[in-house]
Structures are given as C-alpha cells and as structure tokens.
Design a protein around this ligand. Structure first.
Ligand SMILES: NC(=O)C1=CN([C@@H]2O[C@H](COP(=O)(O)OP(=O)(O)OC[C@H]3O[C@@H](n4cnc5c(N)ncnc54)[C@H](O)[C@@H]3O)[C@@H](O)[C@H]2O)C=CC1
Ligand SMILES: C[N+](C)(C)CC(=O)CC(=O)[O-]
Length: 485
C-alpha cells in the first residue's frame, strides 16, 4: 500500500514513522527547508520506541521518499494523510491540490484538531472521501485516532489505520474539536486558571495528574474509573453522591482565561524551571520509554492499549512465520527494558524466563498453534523448564532467541532456546518440555496432523547433536547431594 503524507511536522512526522515502521512506503511533501532532518529525528525516536515496544520481529520499514510537490507525493497513493498547520484556508488549498492528483479512490484523512468534515469538504470534488483522522501525539505510539465523516471511506480508513496498530474510534456526529480535544481543553482551561490565580504552579498541577488520576486514565477511562469509585453500588451511587458537586463552584470551565503576556510569561517560566533541563527530543524519549512501560504492563493484563500491542505482535509473528526463517529459528528479539534490571544492575532472573516464554509463543505461532487455534479449545502448556544463566545482561541490550526443536512425539515437544547477545555470545539457555492440551478437559491430547507436520518439517532441519547440557538437571552439591549419592 502506498501512503502519502502532506506535512511532516510534529504530527505528520509521527504519521510517517507509524506507516513506515509498519512496512509501508511513504511519499512525503513538506516545503520546510529542514523537513527531512526533523522527520529523520522523529523517525529515529519512533524506531527506538518500536524496538522496545514490540517483542516480535518487526517488519522491514517502508521507504520514505521526498516529493517535490503535492501532485508527486499523492500520485498512485491509496491513502493520504494531511497534517499541515491548523488554518482552514490552507487546508482547503491543500485538499484541492491533493484531489487534483490523487487517484479517485484515494482516501484523504486530515489530522485537524478542530475542523469538522463538513468544513473541510467545502468546494471538494469528491467530498465523501475527505475525512477527519485526528491522532494524538506521539502518533507512532498512541493508538487512538478519531475518524469523523462516515460512509464507506470511513470504514476503509478504519481498516487501514487498524492495520498499522491504531484504535480508530468512529465518531457518529461531527462536532468542533471532536471528542478528545474537547475533554483536554476542559482540563487545560482549568489548569490555566489555577496558574493565573496563583493557586498552583505548572509542576504542582502536573504532579497531581501524573501521581494521581493520570495513572488511572491510561488503563480505564473516566466512566469505568468513576463506576469503581461508587463502591459496590457502582455508577448509580457515584452519581447520587457526587452529582450535586457539579453545581458547586468547583470549576471555572465556562470561563476562558485571558492568555495575556503576563500569563504566558508565568507559564513559560514555570515550565522552563520544571522541564528546561531536558531538550524536547530528550523529553520525547523519556515520554516514549514511560509509555512503552505502560503498554507492556497493559499487555500483561491483556487490557486496553496493551491488547493492541499483543495483536500487533501476533501479526508480526505470523508475517515472520510465512517465509523460511532459517534454522535454528530466530523468531524472537527483545531490547532489555530498564524495568527488567534488578539491584545487581543486570537482567533479573524471571525476565530470562519471560524471554524464553515469549520465544516459545513465537515458535507456537510459527507452527500454527496461534490464537485462532487456541480458540478451538486446545493449547500448549509448558510442564518443565531448565534455565542456565551464563552472562550478565544490561538494560538496553538487544537479545535474540535462537530455537531448536530437540524432539517431539504425538503430544509433546522439547524446545531448546539460546539467548544471544548482539556479539553472538550466549547469555542463557533454556530447555522446555511442552504438552499439547485439551483446555476444556484439562488433559494432554494428541496433536492434529497439521501441527505434527509443522513439527516434522522443523525436525527435518535439526541436525543434532543436542547440546551437551540438554536433558541435564541442576548439579548436586553439599550434604543433601552426598546423602543421595
Ligand atoms: N501538535 C499536536 O499536538 C497535534 C496536532 N494535530 C493537527 O495536526 C496538524 C499539524 O499540526 P502540527 O504537526 O502540530 O504542526 P507543525 O507546525 O508541527 O507541522 C506542520 C507542517 O506542515 C508543513 N506545511 C506548511 N505548509 C505546507 C504545505 N503547503 N504543504 C505541505 N506541508 C506544509 C510545515 O512545514 C510543517 O512541517 C494540525 O491540523 C493540527 O491541528 C493533531 C493532533 C495533535
Ligand atoms: C493541542 N492539540 C489540540 C493540537 C492537541 C491535539 O489535537 C491532540 C493531542 O495530541 O493532545
């Protein structure tokens, strides 16, 4: 699929990175003299974040090409994302240029934060294909995109955007500033009042968000969170108890603070004091690392945005599984996150098992024991594991897991994983016995012919001999061992 990006600033750069990292070629037009450098820097941060976010082998990135005109960028494009500055006259001008050169079936998404599709479509040749596709920054990490406009084009846009790991939310009726920014504006306006009135500094307000309800919002929204706050009686009780507060003077939301020079100076100075020690790119990396950690926590509970990461990884494994991957298999890579390091300064022990477990999942998907297969009531359970820790591994190291199939029969498979460091040395090995299980019956069950054939194909590639530590347990030492000997 060919993507065109018109505008490569903060948001356009994020879109370009998301599409390119998903494997799509992207043609870009942006007249800014430094556009290539800026997009290059965003792309570097995005690639760094994706390597940490996904534990599956990533697709080869698509090519980013720089067009000399809008016409050149959109020629032959399946999907165009417009991300030029937020001025309606400029957007009309750009959309007309896009329409003049893009194929008739091309869908055009606008990143606009505020304009409605009916405003964008004024004067358009094919208005129905012009939609709002409003993302959130950083576009390469945050999945949500508000799709406004409806019809077949919106349905197709949602498919395209979901395929690059986004969570399209189709908004039934257009409204100024869509949904997300209306909510953010309310909080923003209140925060500006609190600074203007000298009640709190920018740092204090940010602390109240990031140490408090901001943590909640990443995993449950407003309504689910408040439902819980109603206790066992739930939302009805919550509304009864806190509903009257809506009439109290708790907010200045209806009032817009005057954004005069004095307020701008106050906010800018407080923001410099709060965050000025870091460059914007550094702040982006700190933000991205924190977001990756949140995604991974949510992936572990298969909840919210974490589910999207898991689904993307399944897609990456499946894509990886189709072509020959060589043997021993190399289906799993991970860059060691900071949170995996313990008080000894190296990767803590259970993370080795996580790396091995994720590699096992990759192998299972590779042979066809994937989510769809598990939905039929069968799965694989690991029943025995032996790990050898051979070298210290530090945060930020890229690890590759190399896998051999040491044996299988009708119900079992015996895998050997080696964790390889970037220089090819072995940091750890894991040997695992897996059982094919009927999950409803809770019993081992014979594998179907397709799984056995996939295992036989791997077994044919296995040349042996098995590693000398294979099948060997932990060595005996001390009194107990002597007594046993
Ligand atoms: N910055 C944010 O947090 C968000 C912005 N948006 C929306 O995204 C759009 C872009 O905003 P930003 O990326 O923040 O602005 P930006 O100022 O960072 O980037 C705009 C880019 O458009 C380029 N440009 C200007 N005229 C152009 C033309 N004729 N053809 C092609 N490119 C042109 C500029 O050189 C610049 O690189 C706006 O509609 C905005 O509302 C949406 C979500 C979040
Ligand atoms: C400030 N903004 C209105 C451009 C913000 C957005 O549109 C979404 C975001 O990323 O917060």
């Amino acid at each position: 699929m060919k993507i065109a990006a018109i505008g490569g600033g903060v948001i356009g750069g994020g879109w370009i990175a998301r599409f390119a990292l998903s494997g799509h070629d992207v043609a870009v037009f942006d007249p800014h003299p430094e556009a290539q450098r800026i997009v290059g820097e965003v792309m570097a941060n995005a690639a760094r974040a994706w390597e940490k976010l996904f534990q599956a082998p990533l697709p080869d990135p698509g090519r980013i090409t720089w067009a000399g005109s809008i016409a050149e960028a959109v020629a032959g494009a399946d999907y165009v994302q417009e991300s030029v500055p937020e001025r309606l006259d400029l957007k009309h001008h750009i959309l007309a240029e896009i329409e003049a050169s893009a194929p008739e079936g091309t869908i055009i998404g606008s990143s606009t934060s505020g304009f409605k599709p009916s405003e964008l479509r004024v004067g358009a040749r094919h208005p129905a294909r012009i939609l709002v596709a409003h993302p959130f920054n950083p576009v390469y990490l945050l999945p949500v995109v508000e799709v406004v406009g409806g019809g077949a084009a919106a349905g197709r846009a949602c498919e395209i955007l979901a395929a690059v790991g986004m969570k399209p939310v189709q908004i039934a009726r257009e409204i100024d500033a869509h949904i997300g920014d209306r909510l953010l504006e309310a909080v923003w306006r209140e925060a500006l009042w609190l600074v203007k009135d000298g009640i709190a500094t920018t740092e204090e307000i940010d602390d109240i968000i990031r140490f408090g309800f901001g943590l909640r919002w990443a995993q449950m929204g407003l309504f689910e969170t408040y439902r819980i706050a109603g206790g066992e009686a739930g939302m009805r009780h919550f509304l009864g108890q806190f509903g009257p507060a809506l009439k109290w003077p708790w907010t200045k939301l209806m009032d817009v603070p005057e954004l005069d020079e004095a307020l701008i100076d106050t906010i800018a100075a407080q923001s410099d004091a709060q965050s000025g020690a870091h460059s914007i790119r550094e702040l982006e990396r700190i933000r991205d690392d924190n977001l990756v950690g949140i995604f991974q926590a949510l992936k572990a509970t298969d909840w919210g945005a974490g589910r999207i990461v898991r689904e993307m990884e399944n897609g990456f494994y499946a894509r990886e599984g189709r072509p020959a991957t060589g043997y021993p298999l190399r289906l799993h890579q991970v860059i060691v996150p900071g949170g995996w390091v313990d008080y000894n300064g190296h990767m803590t022990e259970f993370r080795y098992l996580q790396a091995f477990g994720d590699a096992t999942d990759a192998v299972l998907i590779h042979i066809g024991l994937d989510e769809a297969y598990r939905a039929t009531g069968f799965s694989a359970y690991t029943v025995e594991t032996h790990i050898r820790h051979l070298a210290e591994v530090k945060a930020g190291e890229r690890l590759t897991v190399e896998t051999r199939l040491l044996g299988h029969d009708g119900k079992r498979m015996r895998l050997h994983h080696a964790i390889l460091r970037a220089d090819g040395s072995v940091a750890a090995t894991g040997e695992h016995m897996l059982l094919h299980v009927d999950t409803d019956a809770g019993r081992a069950a014979p594998m179907p012919a397709a799984l056995l054939a996939a295992l036989a194909a791997l077994a044919a590639l296995e040349r042996g001999p098995a590693p000398d530590h294979a099948g060997v347990g932990i060595r005996r030492i001390g009194a107990v061992a002597e007594a046993q000997a």
